[in-house]
Design a protein around this ligand. Structure first.
Ligand code: CMC
Length: 377
């Protein structure tokens, strides 16, 4: 690579600002803002439905707006029968994230607003996706269990309905509070990789379903939303608290990454971690959760001592989901069920910005190589 190239390539787009945004700010000092509100003020004081409204309408709803938005979500929770049949036809071996990616793309074939790119149609589409991504997740889980999916209940808040339909059991107050907070904490996070992927797709004036499909494919990777499943693989491999030290030191000696740790932007603690740790502390009513939590605390200490890095959102999220009874291959789908509200908000903002996102690559290959016909190669 020439010296010039080394200077111009920003590896991993680290610290590159690709567009302006008003939706969320990830402060390296360890704060997160949605539309200017510090998440510490939102978690525990709002419901996920208010946050989804905030992200797409850019204001917190008043009571009447919240009721109307909740009704819209409720009416959009029914999937087209073709989608349900398609979910039922997926092979058992298909990874749940692959099914979600496919069925969100499939939803694009049933858009009642097809061809209408007005702001009103985009808001309807955004609301539809916020409602339907979790419904695909719940339908897939119930299908895999050979159980019917319950009908949503109008009197339940959206995230409580989601958990109810996923598990088929009415969540108690504590469980409903865990899922609200979990979804608020995962709703948006600046220009993370999946949001950026959604914005790149939207920047070509492609449709919202395509953008969200791109985002899901990007979230799936273990360096992003796939990390929480890997966290649980690790916690399952460490049987006893006494085994933690040897296991973690061993990984670090081999220069391996500890899943659920590190972050591209935060230089301090990820502000979502303290809330998720708190959720897990409140909610460790099962012996298994308590054991997982104890191992997590020890891992957190050891990784900080060796590397001075902190857990990210995926670390305690894995334990919170385990406590809720979510199977680990569905963890990234819960992440997607919340993050879809951020993705669609960013897609709308990208349409408003109306600029093609198209970087360049720094070419480091050869020029004018002598062409050899196939017979002579
Ligand atoms: N375990 C051990 N060391 C780590 C880790 C980790 N998880 N993360 C970063 N480091 C070290 C890394 O080895 C490097 O050290 P050195 O300078 O000595 O070589 C330094 O910290 C900087 O790491 P980096 O890989 O250059 O950082 P990045 O900004 O490119 O990567 C990351 C960020 C999140 C991809 C990375 O921290 C990682 O792979 N973490 C594990 C996967 C994970 O938990 N992903 C979820 C991310 S947050 C939620 C989300 O977006 O989904």
């Amino acid at each position: 690579m020439s010296e010039d190239n080394e200077k111009s390539v920003v590896r991993g787009l680290r610290d590159v600002a690709a567009a302006e945004t008003k939706i969320s700010y990830v402060d390296p000092a360890g704060f997160l803002y949605y539309l200017g509100y510090n998440i510490d003020d939102l978690v525990g004081s709002t419901m996920y439905t208010e946050i989804a409204y905030l992200l797409i309408h850019k204001k917190l709803p008043n009571k009447q707006e919240l009721t109307e938005f909740s009704n819209q979500l409720y009416h959009e929770m029914y999937l087209p029968k073709e989608i349900v049949q398609s979910i039922q036809a997926t092979p058992e071996s298909a990874p749940p994230m692959a099914v979600l990616r496919t069925e969100v793309s499939h939803l694009g074939e049933f858009d009642p607003d097809e061809g209408d790119f007005s702001q009103a149609a985009n808001l309807r589409r955004a609301t539809r996706l916020i409602a339907r991504v979790p419904m695909i997740v719940a339908t897939l889980h119930r299908t895999r269990q050979n159980l019917p999916i319950p009908k949503p209940k109008k009197e339940y808040a959206f995230s409580k309905n989601f958990l109810y339909m996923f598990k088929g059991v009415v969540p108690d107050e504590k469980e409903a509070s865990v899922i609200h907070r979990f979804m608020i904490l995962h709703a948006d996070h600046g220009f993370n990789a999946s949001t950026f992927a959604a914005r790149v797709t939207a920047s070509t004036n492609s449709d919202m379903y395509s953008a969200v499909t791109s985002a899901i494919g990007t979230l799936k990777g273990p360096l992003h939303g796939g990390a929480s499943e890997k966290v649980m693989d690790m916690l399952d491999e460490i049987n006893l608290e006494e085994e933690v030290e040897e296991y973690i030191q061993g990984l670090l000696d081999e220069k391996k990454k500890i899943m659920g740790f590190g972050h591209r932007v935060y230089k301090a603690q990820d502000p979502r971690t303290k809330h998720l740790r708190g959720i897990v502390e409140d909610y460790c009513h099962r012996e298994r959760s308590q054991g997982l939590y104890n191992r997590c605390m020890k891992i957190e200490q050891l990784v900080y001592q060796r590397k001075q890095i902190y857990p990210n959102v995926d670390f305690y999220a894995a334990v919170a989901m385990d406590a809720l009874g979510v199977p680990k291959d569905f963890y990234p789908l819960f992440f997607a069920s919340a993050r879809v509200s951020g993705w669609v908000a960013h897609v709308i903002e990208q349409y408003e910005d109306a600029v093609l996102l198209r970087p360049k690559g720094e070419y480091i290959g050869d020029f004018n190589r002598p062409f050899v016909p196939i017979e002579k190669r």
